[in-house]
Design a binder for this molecule. Sequence first.
Ligand SMILES: NC(=O)c1ccc[n+]([C@@H]2O[C@H](COP(=O)([O-])OP(=O)(O)OC[C@H]3O[C@@H](n4cnc5c(N)ncnc54)[C@H](O)[C@@H]3O)[C@@H](O)[C@H]2O)c1
Length: 254
Amino acid sequence: MKDTVKTVFITGGSTGIGAACVRKFADGGWNVAFMDINAADGAALAKECGVLFVEGSTRNRSDLDAAVDAACRQFGGLDCVVANAGIHRCNTMLDISEEELDLMIDTNIKGTVHTLRATVPFLLRRGGGSVVINASDQCYVGKPNSFGYGLTKGALGQITKSMAIDLGPKGVRVNAVCAGTIRTPLTETLFQSFADITHGGDAGAYWKAEAALYPLGRVGEAHEVAELMYFLASDAASFMTGGLYLVDGGLTAG
Ligand SMILES: NC(=O)c1ccc[n+]([C@@H]2O[C@H](COP(=O)([O-])OP(=O)(O)OC[C@H]3O[C@@H](n4cnc5c(N)ncnc54)[C@H](O)[C@@H]3O)[C@@H](O)[C@H]2O)c1
């Protein structure tokens, strides 16, 4: 047990931005525990980085409690939580099904709330800590065919602010990261659905058009988001709380 170093608990760490966070915190010398429904990629990443992986869904509070318990038994407590797990589906207000609306809310809002309720008491036991929530540039702008996603990510912005006010006096900082388009398994799948609507199924053309929206002329990479999440988690961000921080290649500047 390495109890002199800090411990982070990350949700959705098997692929994409969460996996980049697992690597970044592990490289930074943190104890890392992460949880994901994707057991194959999670186990492989845990082996690669020498960290703790627990299979489970943030939609189930009992899965979270079991994963947090495993992390605390191995590392003696928690100093930081990265609430990263999330999903995206292609829909508008008029065509989203009840089932898909529930899925988005259960995963992106309730899954995040379950994560926070399962972990924050352990930060408080340590006398403070840091929460980093993976929200979205959709806290700032609307996007086509992203109704369910936008409504859930907007809620995470508000959750960030409410929690920062309630927990600041108790030594817990709470911030959100708002990324533009990042190339991950999530967008690889999603953009095929978008391309089917707007580019005759040509996903390559869709990615090209997406990149052209960005002043930097490209979409982002997962490690570029992990850098910001790691900074917000660290003591270097000691006076930062309640903020929604963009890492969006300038998309929302226009
Ligand atoms: N990729 C982007 O452009 C982008 C932009 C802004 C924000 N985000 C957010 O970043 C986060 C990570 O997304 P990503 O792009 O890396 O996608 P991703 O699909 O690669 O990663 C998401 C991870 O979360 C896991 N997951 C999904 N539902 C889960 C659940 N209920 N319980 C536990 N794990 C679960 C998945 O298995 C996966 O490993 C999401 O919250 C997403 O909304 C992504």
